[in-house]
Design a protein around this ligand. Sequence first.
Ligand SMILES: Nc1ncnc2c1ncn2[C@@H]1O[C@H](COP(=O)(O)OP(=O)(O)OP(=O)(O)O)[C@@H](O)[C@H]1O
Ligand SMILES: [Mg+2]
Length: 242
Amino acid sequence: MSPNKESDRLAFLGQLAAGLAHEIRTPLSTLQANLQLLQEDFDEPRDERERRALQRLTLLLKETARLEEILNDFLRFAAGHKLDLRPTDLNRVIGEVLEFVTPEATQKKVRVLKSLGEMPKVSVDGNLFKQALLNLVMNAIQAMPNGGELILKTSRWRDFAQLDVIDTGTGMSAETASKCFDVYYSTKKTGTGLGLPMARRIVHEHDGTLTVTSEEGKGSCFTIRLPVEGEVQAKAGGAIPL
Ligand SMILES: Nc1ncnc2c1ncn2[C@@H]1O[C@H](COP(=O)(O)OP(=O)(O)OP(=O)(O)O)[C@@H](O)[C@H]1O
Ligand SMILES: [Mg+2]
């Protein structure tokens, strides 16, 4: 199959899958609404039978909520992104994401540290990029159930702005590290496995890269590299002989 045909087929399958997810949402919300009404009917169980019914209803409601979450995540993932690119200070974005997660980090005994270099502005869709970074930071916090350190570091690497999200958590086995960017791969009880593929896709849409190094029992480091456009162009221009 030619690359064009293959990408057309994939785009078509993507649309089909997104359509399917939308279609499932309507009956699912009917199911959910009716289960909720039933649950209210059994709110004060009068005997053992009613108590068991209430227990089952609660379980069913939990499962429908989970299905809804999976569909929402999927739809968010399937949706193509139109980038609203603006010159952005990555250090500021880090500040905003950290402000959002610090209460949770503190509660989990995770110390948040910043090591911010002097950075050139990069061309970034702020909201999307924040989503990608948030996925990495949430993973890092979740990898430290007994507390630890979360370090956000910015630096220059050749013509790229580099951002490292480092944690001192569980780390990953070689197998997990090789699969962690796969869609729906998760080792967590209630994980959807879309956090990392979504983050990587957002970074790729910015012509950047997202990679990981990890050591089991020690921690992980997720590295984002984004091209520093102005400088790349200036250099390319400068290389042309006069
Ligand atoms: N910082 C990390 N430390 C250790 N393992 C990680 C880390 N980040 C990701 N992983 C591994 O990669 C897997 C995939 O991560 P991803 O964010 O895609 O999904 P998830 O976190 O399991 O689910 P969700 O993001 O939907 O809550 C995780 O289940 C975990 O095994
Ligand atoms: Mg995650």
